[in-house]
Design a protein around this ligand. Structure first.
Ligand SMILES: Cc1cc2nc3c(=O)[nH]c(=O)nc-3n(C[C@H](O)[C@H](O)[C@H](O)COP(=O)(O)O)c2cc1C
Length: 363
């Protein structure tokens, strides 16, 4: 377990429909003004990061989607401390343009920009925009080359690379990003995703899960990372329903599930089969998800951050003990609930962390 305080990130609702495939009324908006205010609330509430999403077409809800890099830059302009992680999908992005865009944003934001490399799960989306649909292993091979190129371009002069997907010859990017360098996150939990994290990424982001499910992934990744002399940190998704009583929180969950749109959830279920479950090992982000789990796009109910502030704080610390460095959080009514989380949950997490610090011996 890390001695560092656990970090908090929230999903930027830059995609319409919120974070659940449900008709339940949500006081969350995907527009710019709502999101600027949310980012300001989040940084005051003690959040370290905001994660923007990339999606090029609608499918199973999410009818409108703002682009991630542009949107991230706008949120950086509205805040002072918050770091913003922009999702990049290799294919539509190539490393040349991505490295240049992010280096400029690093200068505009005093080094508060980071990236999340996503490998793709939505075949219909690739088809709609004329992108070839690579198989699962190839998608991760391409993502790994993408990450190696970003790192090479940002850190070296005369960068040269001859890969299966990308080529560079004596390329010197100027200006390079400011220090600290943009952090590289990645999303996914299949065998290929874990191996990539153990080789190149700074952060491994995974879907919601139990502390035991997370512990198994962490052990696998950290063992391999040590063999590769690589350091990687772990972020886990969770959907928060924090209320004054557990019954209240559970009844909100029931409402979300009762109002779920079954056709949309089934459509989503059939698309995510193209992700890690289509890999040779049949593992991955959604390999074991039930229909109820899928009502939250990234299995966020499984993390069970549903209850009173004290119960949620205790579960977060349990995840920290399983090797988690960052909680990536979604909410039903983002602005109000991010503020409530900062006031009621984060201080309880900090108190539990303090109690668990090893006692220093004197003399
Ligand atoms: C935290 C997180 C954020 C993600 N964000 C996006 C995104 O913005 N756009 C996207 O197309 N896919 C996104 N993904 C999906 C992943 O890139 C990947 O396709 C998916 O997790 C399949 O992983 P698997 O190989 O484990 O099955 C995200 C995944 C995670 C865990």
């Amino acid at each position: 377990m890390s001695n560092e305080p656990i970090k908090f990130a929230y999903w930027v609702p830059n995609v319409s429909g919120g974070l659940v495939i449900s008709q339940i009324p949500q006081r969350t908006s995907w527009d710019a003004n709502y999101n600027r205010k949310l980012a300001q609330i989040a940084e005051r509430a003690g959040f370290d990061y905001a994660l923007t999403q990339i999606r090029f077409t609608a499918g199973y809800g999410a009818d409108n989607q703002h682009e991630s890099v542009t949107f991230s830059q706008d949120l950086l302009g509205a805040t002072e401390k918050l770091k913003v992680i922009a999702a990049l999908l290799p294919g539509p992005w190539n490393p040349t343009l991505a490295a240049k865009q992010i280096a400029t944003i690093s200068h505009l934001s005093n080094a508060r920009i980071a990236v999340n490399i996503v490998s793709g799960w939505f075949r219909g989306e690739f088809k709609a925009i004329g992108e070839p649909w690579l198989d699962h292993e190839e998608r991760y091979l391409r993502s790994e080359e993408f990450i190696r190129c970003l790192q090479g371009i940002w850190q070296q002069d005369s960068f040269t690379f001859a890969g299966d997907f990308y080529r560079f010859r004596d390329y010197s990017l100027k200006p390079k990003p400011l220090d600290p360098q943009p952090e590289i996150f990645q999303g996914g939990s299949s065998r290929a995703a874990r191996d990539m994290a153990a080789r190149v990424s700074d952060w491994y982001f995974t879907n919601g899960n139990t502390p035991e499910g997370i512990r198994q992934q962490v052990e696998d990744i950290q063992l391999k990372a040590a063999e590769n002399q690589h350091k990687v940190k772990i972020g886990v998704n969770g959907f928060v329903i924090a209320r004054q009583t557990e019954q209240e929180a559970q009844s909100v969950l029931r409402d979300i599930l009762d109002n779920a749109n079954p056709d949309a959830v089934k459509g989503f279920q059939s698309e995510v089969k193209n992700a890690g479950s289509a890999s040779p090992e049949g593992e991955g982000n959604w390999a074991k998800s039930t229909l109820e789990d899928l009502v939250q796009y990234n299995d966020g109910f499984k993390t069970n951050l549903i209850g009173t502030p004290q119960q949620i704080a205790e579960r977060i610390v349990e995840l920290k003990q399983a090797g988690v460095d960052l909680m990536l959080l979604g909410f039903l009514h983002f602005q109000e609930e991010v503020e409530f989380f900062g006031r009621e949950v984060i201080p309880r997490v900090r108190e539990l962390e303090r109690q668990q610090q090893p006692v220093l011996s004197h003399g």
